[in-house]
Design a protein. Structure first.
Length: 108
């Protein structure tokens, strides 16, 4: 199986719909993003949006741009009650921090 991860560059309806399906799985309080709101997110230089469905393999691919950009670490947050995904992050090499923030150290 070949998996390709691409940075989102345009707020087309396919991406709006995909995020509409994804956001409720990530947060019960997140409001859906419409195309103009998503376009603002994509236009921000500090944001990189990656849409993925296959967790472990895609997470590995999603970390690659950070490595290439010279990042020292990648942080993410996850609610403590999301036990399965928290175990996945740890298996991938993220290290639990006091606030259940994980850091993936990118070797120098």
């Amino acid at each position: 199986m070949k998996i390709q991860v691409e940075a989102a560059r345009e707020a087309d309806q396919e991406l709006v719909d995909a995020l509409g399906r994804l956001l409720p799985q990530l947060s019960r309080s997140a409001r859906p993003l419409d195309a103009p709101a998503l376009a603002r997110v994509l236009a921000c230089d500090t944001n990189r949006t990656t849409v993925s469905l296959l967790s472990g393999l895609l997470m590995e691919q999603a970390l690659e741009p950070a490595r290439e950009a010279g990042a020292r670490a990648v942080d993410l947050t996850s609610r403590p009650d999301r036990e399965a995904v928290n175990r996945l992050y740890e298996r991938l090499g993220f290290q639990r921090r006091g606030s259940t923030v994980y850091r993936y150290p990118i070797e120098e």
